[in-house]
Design a protein around this ligand. Structure first.
Ligand code: DGL
Length: 287
Protein backbone atom coordinates (compact mmCIF):
# COMPACT_ATOMS: atom_id res chain seq x y z
CA UNK A 1 0.00 0.00 0.00
CA UNK A 2 1.39 3.45 -0.91
CA UNK A 3 1.21 6.28 1.65
CA UNK A 4 -0.87 9.29 0.60
CA UNK A 5 1.20 12.33 -0.37
CA UNK A 6 1.50 14.91 2.45
CA UNK A 7 -0.02 17.37 -0.04
CA UNK A 8 -3.25 15.39 -0.30
CA UNK A 9 -4.88 16.88 2.80
CA UNK A 10 -4.18 20.49 1.91
CA UNK A 11 -7.10 22.53 0.54
CA UNK A 12 -7.65 23.46 -3.09
CA UNK A 13 -7.22 27.21 -3.57
CA UNK A 14 -9.82 28.94 -5.75
CA UNK A 15 -10.02 32.60 -6.78
CA UNK A 16 -12.13 34.92 -8.88
CA UNK A 17 -12.67 38.66 -9.15
CA UNK A 18 -15.80 38.29 -7.00
CA UNK A 19 -18.58 35.80 -6.35
CA UNK A 20 -18.55 34.31 -9.89
CA UNK A 21 -15.99 31.71 -8.87
CA UNK A 22 -18.57 30.38 -6.42
CA UNK A 23 -20.13 28.62 -9.42
CA UNK A 24 -16.83 26.71 -9.71
CA UNK A 25 -16.73 26.27 -5.92
CA UNK A 26 -20.21 24.68 -6.06
CA UNK A 27 -19.20 22.37 -8.90
CA UNK A 28 -16.13 21.32 -6.87
CA UNK A 29 -18.39 20.63 -3.84
CA UNK A 30 -20.65 18.47 -6.02
CA UNK A 31 -17.85 16.44 -7.58
CA UNK A 32 -15.38 16.44 -4.66
CA UNK A 33 -17.38 16.80 -1.43
CA UNK A 34 -14.45 15.55 0.69
CA UNK A 35 -12.04 18.25 -0.48
CA UNK A 36 -11.30 21.31 1.65
CA UNK A 37 -11.55 24.58 -0.29
CA UNK A 38 -10.02 27.99 0.27
CA UNK A 39 -11.85 30.68 -1.74
CA UNK A 40 -10.75 34.24 -2.45
CA UNK A 41 -13.04 36.81 -4.06
CA UNK A 42 -11.13 39.94 -5.12
CA UNK A 43 -14.25 42.06 -4.55
CA UNK A 44 -12.28 45.30 -4.11
CA UNK A 45 -11.01 45.23 -7.69
CA UNK A 46 -13.97 43.72 -9.53
CA UNK A 47 -14.65 43.67 -12.45
CA UNK A 48 -11.62 42.13 -14.12
CA UNK A 49 -13.43 41.87 -17.46
CA UNK A 50 -13.20 45.56 -18.37
CA UNK A 51 -9.53 45.92 -17.43
CA UNK A 52 -6.41 45.49 -19.53
CA UNK A 53 -4.53 42.20 -19.68
CA UNK A 54 -1.55 43.53 -17.70
CA UNK A 55 -3.71 44.73 -14.86
CA UNK A 56 -5.66 41.48 -14.65
CA UNK A 57 -2.44 39.43 -14.74
CA UNK A 58 -1.01 41.49 -11.85
CA UNK A 59 -4.21 41.10 -9.81
CA UNK A 60 -4.24 37.37 -10.52
CA UNK A 61 -0.66 36.98 -9.30
CA UNK A 62 -1.45 38.82 -6.08
CA UNK A 63 -4.59 36.78 -5.45
CA UNK A 64 -2.72 33.55 -6.16
CA UNK A 65 0.16 34.56 -3.84
CA UNK A 66 -2.20 34.79 -0.86
CA UNK A 67 -3.68 31.37 -1.54
CA UNK A 68 -0.28 29.74 -2.09
CA UNK A 69 1.09 31.30 1.12
CA UNK A 70 -1.75 29.65 3.07
CA UNK A 71 -0.73 26.20 1.78
CA UNK A 72 -2.74 24.62 -1.03
CA UNK A 73 -2.29 21.50 -3.16
CA UNK A 74 -3.77 23.01 -6.33
CA UNK A 75 -4.58 26.51 -7.60
CA UNK A 76 -7.84 26.91 -9.50
CA UNK A 77 -8.19 30.12 -11.49
CA UNK A 78 -12.00 30.25 -11.26
CA UNK A 79 -12.16 33.24 -13.58
CA UNK A 80 -12.10 33.04 -17.36
CA UNK A 81 -10.67 36.55 -17.71
CA UNK A 82 -7.71 35.74 -15.46
CA UNK A 83 -7.31 32.27 -17.00
CA UNK A 84 -7.10 33.90 -20.43
CA UNK A 85 -4.26 36.26 -19.54
CA UNK A 86 -2.43 34.84 -16.53
CA UNK A 87 -2.50 31.06 -16.57
CA UNK A 88 0.98 30.58 -18.09
CA UNK A 89 2.48 33.20 -15.78
CA UNK A 90 0.94 31.55 -12.74
CA UNK A 91 2.09 28.09 -13.81
CA UNK A 92 5.63 29.49 -14.18
CA UNK A 93 5.53 31.39 -10.88
CA UNK A 94 4.32 28.33 -8.97
CA UNK A 95 6.10 25.59 -10.84
CA UNK A 96 5.62 22.39 -8.88
CA UNK A 97 2.01 23.32 -8.01
CA UNK A 98 -0.87 22.23 -10.23
CA UNK A 99 -2.44 25.38 -11.70
CA UNK A 100 -5.80 24.84 -13.43
CA UNK A 101 -7.78 27.39 -15.46
CA UNK A 102 -11.36 27.18 -16.71
CA UNK A 103 -10.87 27.78 -20.44
CA UNK A 104 -9.31 24.52 -21.64
CA UNK A 105 -11.88 22.27 -19.87
CA UNK A 106 -14.75 24.51 -21.09
CA UNK A 107 -13.50 24.44 -24.68
CA UNK A 108 -13.04 20.65 -24.63
CA UNK A 109 -16.57 20.12 -23.28
CA UNK A 110 -18.02 22.42 -25.98
CA UNK A 111 -16.12 20.75 -28.83
CA UNK A 112 -17.47 17.41 -27.62
CA UNK A 113 -21.07 18.67 -27.28
CA UNK A 114 -21.62 20.56 -30.55
CA UNK A 115 -23.23 18.58 -33.36
CA UNK A 116 -23.52 21.32 -36.01
CA UNK A 117 -19.99 22.59 -35.19
CA UNK A 118 -21.08 26.17 -34.50
CA UNK A 119 -20.27 27.17 -30.93
CA UNK A 120 -21.17 30.47 -29.26
CA UNK A 121 -19.04 31.87 -26.44
CA UNK A 122 -20.38 34.49 -24.07
CA UNK A 123 -17.80 36.05 -21.79
CA UNK A 124 -16.38 39.30 -20.46
CA UNK A 125 -14.97 41.99 -22.72
CA UNK A 126 -11.42 40.98 -21.80
CA UNK A 127 -11.91 37.28 -22.50
CA UNK A 128 -13.54 38.01 -25.88
CA UNK A 129 -10.87 40.57 -26.82
CA UNK A 130 -8.04 38.11 -26.08
CA UNK A 131 -9.55 35.29 -28.19
CA UNK A 132 -8.47 32.53 -25.78
CA UNK A 133 -11.55 30.38 -26.47
CA UNK A 134 -11.12 30.69 -30.24
CA UNK A 135 -7.52 29.48 -29.93
CA UNK A 136 -8.42 26.61 -27.60
CA UNK A 137 -11.28 25.50 -29.89
CA UNK A 138 -9.26 25.85 -33.10
CA UNK A 139 -6.57 23.62 -31.56
CA UNK A 140 -9.23 20.97 -30.88
CA UNK A 141 -10.97 21.23 -34.27
CA UNK A 142 -9.98 23.86 -36.87
CA UNK A 143 -13.29 23.36 -38.68
CA UNK A 144 -15.39 24.71 -35.83
CA UNK A 145 -17.20 28.01 -36.33
CA UNK A 146 -16.94 30.09 -33.17
CA UNK A 147 -18.94 33.25 -32.45
CA UNK A 148 -17.93 35.22 -29.37
CA UNK A 149 -19.99 37.84 -27.65
CA UNK A 150 -19.06 40.08 -24.71
CA UNK A 151 -21.88 40.24 -22.13
CA UNK A 152 -20.15 42.30 -19.45
CA UNK A 153 -23.37 43.54 -17.87
CA UNK A 154 -24.18 39.99 -16.70
CA UNK A 155 -21.27 40.32 -14.22
CA UNK A 156 -22.80 43.44 -12.65
CA UNK A 157 -26.24 41.79 -12.51
CA UNK A 158 -24.83 38.77 -10.66
CA UNK A 159 -22.79 40.92 -8.27
CA UNK A 160 -25.92 42.96 -7.57
CA UNK A 161 -27.87 39.78 -6.82
CA UNK A 162 -30.26 40.63 -9.70
CA UNK A 163 -29.75 37.34 -11.51
CA UNK A 164 -33.42 36.35 -11.01
CA UNK A 165 -34.81 39.83 -11.65
CA UNK A 166 -36.88 40.57 -14.79
CA UNK A 167 -34.13 43.00 -15.76
CA UNK A 168 -31.77 40.03 -16.17
CA UNK A 169 -34.16 38.62 -18.79
CA UNK A 170 -34.25 41.93 -20.65
CA UNK A 171 -30.48 42.14 -20.71
CA UNK A 172 -30.22 38.51 -21.86
CA UNK A 173 -32.66 39.27 -24.66
CA UNK A 174 -30.72 42.33 -25.76
CA UNK A 175 -27.40 40.46 -25.89
CA UNK A 176 -28.51 37.07 -27.16
CA UNK A 177 -31.53 37.52 -29.43
CA UNK A 178 -29.40 38.45 -32.49
CA UNK A 179 -27.41 35.23 -32.13
CA UNK A 180 -30.33 33.04 -31.06
CA UNK A 181 -33.38 34.30 -32.94
CA UNK A 182 -36.81 32.92 -32.01
CA UNK A 183 -37.24 29.27 -33.01
CA UNK A 184 -39.70 30.00 -35.89
CA UNK A 185 -37.10 32.30 -37.49
CA UNK A 186 -34.24 29.84 -36.94
CA UNK A 187 -36.16 27.09 -38.76
CA UNK A 188 -36.75 29.33 -41.77
CA UNK A 189 -33.16 30.53 -42.30
CA UNK A 190 -31.80 29.54 -45.76
CA UNK A 191 -29.67 26.37 -45.83
CA UNK A 192 -26.48 28.16 -47.02
CA UNK A 193 -26.46 30.40 -43.94
CA UNK A 194 -24.25 29.46 -40.95
CA UNK A 195 -26.62 27.58 -38.65
CA UNK A 196 -27.58 28.98 -35.27
CA UNK A 197 -25.03 27.71 -32.72
CA UNK A 198 -26.17 24.51 -31.05
CA UNK A 199 -23.83 24.98 -28.09
CA UNK A 200 -23.35 27.99 -25.82
CA UNK A 201 -20.33 28.28 -23.53
CA UNK A 202 -20.81 30.30 -20.35
CA UNK A 203 -17.28 31.68 -20.60
CA UNK A 204 -17.49 33.72 -17.42
CA UNK A 205 -17.94 32.10 -14.03
CA UNK A 206 -20.58 34.68 -13.05
CA UNK A 207 -22.88 33.59 -15.88
CA UNK A 208 -24.19 30.25 -14.52
CA UNK A 209 -26.13 32.32 -11.95
CA UNK A 210 -28.02 33.91 -14.87
CA UNK A 211 -28.78 30.65 -16.63
CA UNK A 212 -32.58 30.81 -16.11
CA UNK A 213 -32.67 34.23 -17.87
CA UNK A 214 -30.32 33.00 -20.61
CA UNK A 215 -32.42 29.86 -21.16
CA UNK A 216 -35.53 31.99 -21.70
CA UNK A 217 -33.85 33.49 -24.79
CA UNK A 218 -31.94 30.54 -26.24
CA UNK A 219 -34.59 27.87 -25.57
CA UNK A 220 -34.21 24.35 -24.25
CA UNK A 221 -32.50 22.77 -27.28
CA UNK A 222 -29.10 24.47 -27.06
CA UNK A 223 -26.36 22.65 -25.10
CA UNK A 224 -25.01 24.93 -22.41
CA UNK A 225 -21.45 24.43 -21.19
CA UNK A 226 -20.57 25.76 -17.75
CA UNK A 227 -16.78 26.17 -17.82
CA UNK A 228 -16.68 25.71 -14.04
CA UNK A 229 -18.55 22.42 -14.16
CA UNK A 230 -16.20 21.15 -16.90
CA UNK A 231 -13.24 22.23 -14.77
CA UNK A 232 -14.52 20.40 -11.67
CA UNK A 233 -14.87 17.19 -13.71
CA UNK A 234 -11.29 17.65 -14.97
CA UNK A 235 -9.98 18.27 -11.41
CA UNK A 236 -11.74 15.21 -9.97
CA UNK A 237 -10.07 13.04 -12.61
CA UNK A 238 -6.68 14.74 -12.13
CA UNK A 239 -6.66 14.29 -8.34
CA UNK A 240 -7.56 10.62 -8.69
CA UNK A 241 -4.84 10.02 -11.31
CA UNK A 242 -2.21 11.76 -9.18
CA UNK A 243 -3.42 10.13 -5.93
CA UNK A 244 -3.89 13.58 -4.42
CA UNK A 245 -7.48 13.16 -3.21
CA UNK A 246 -7.96 14.08 0.46
CA UNK A 247 -7.49 11.10 2.72
CA UNK A 248 -8.96 12.43 5.99
CA UNK A 249 -12.46 11.38 6.98
CA UNK A 250 -13.22 14.55 8.90
CA UNK A 251 -15.64 16.94 7.12
CA UNK A 252 -14.09 19.18 4.50
CA UNK A 253 -12.96 22.60 5.73
CA UNK A 254 -14.30 25.57 3.75
CA UNK A 255 -12.71 28.97 4.20
CA UNK A 256 -13.60 32.24 2.46
CA UNK A 257 -11.62 35.42 1.96
CA UNK A 258 -12.66 38.73 0.40
CA UNK A 259 -10.62 41.83 -0.42
CA UNK A 260 -13.61 44.04 0.41
CA UNK A 261 -16.43 44.20 2.94
CA UNK A 262 -17.36 40.69 4.08
CA UNK A 263 -21.02 41.79 4.39
CA UNK A 264 -21.47 42.05 0.64
CA UNK A 265 -19.64 38.82 -0.04
CA UNK A 266 -21.70 37.01 2.62
CA UNK A 267 -25.01 38.28 1.23
CA UNK A 268 -24.23 37.10 -2.29
CA UNK A 269 -22.62 33.83 -1.23
CA UNK A 270 -25.72 33.08 0.86
CA UNK A 271 -28.00 33.71 -2.09
CA UNK A 272 -25.93 31.79 -4.65
CA UNK A 273 -23.97 29.02 -3.08
CA UNK A 274 -23.59 28.68 0.68
CA UNK A 275 -26.96 29.33 2.39
CA UNK A 276 -25.58 29.02 5.93
CA UNK A 277 -22.56 31.32 5.52
CA UNK A 278 -22.34 34.30 7.88
CA UNK A 279 -20.22 37.47 7.88
CA UNK A 280 -18.05 35.97 10.62
CA UNK A 281 -17.03 33.15 8.25
CA UNK A 282 -15.37 35.57 5.82
CA UNK A 283 -11.87 36.82 6.34
CA UNK A 284 -11.04 40.28 5.03
CA UNK A 285 -7.65 40.27 3.30
CA UNK A 286 -5.60 43.10 1.88
CA UNK A 287 -3.88 42.72 -1.48
N1 DGL B 1 -15.94 35.79 -13.27
C1 DGL B 1 -14.94 36.30 -14.11
C2 DGL B 1 -14.74 35.52 -15.38
O1 DGL B 1 -14.99 34.33 -15.39
C3 DGL B 1 -14.73 37.78 -14.26
C4 DGL B 1 -15.86 38.73 -14.19
C5 DGL B 1 -15.34 40.16 -14.07
O2 DGL B 1 -14.72 40.43 -13.03
O3 DGL B 1 -15.51 40.94 -15.01
O4 DGL B 1 -14.28 36.02 -16.38
Amino acid sequence: MTCPSPLADLPIGVFDSGVGGLSVFMALRRHLPRESLLYLGDMARLPYGTKGAHTVARYAEQAADILVQRGIKMLVVACNTASAVALDRLAERFSGLAVVGVIAPGAAAAAAASQNRHIAIIATEGTVRGGAYERALAALDPKLTVTSLACQLFVALAEEGWNQDPIAEQVALRYLAPLFPPLQVRDKSPPHRVPTPDCLVLGCTHFPFLLPAIRKVIGAQISVIDSGEATAVFIARWLAQHKLGRSQNRPAHLHFMSTDTPERFARLAQAFAVPDISVADIELVNL
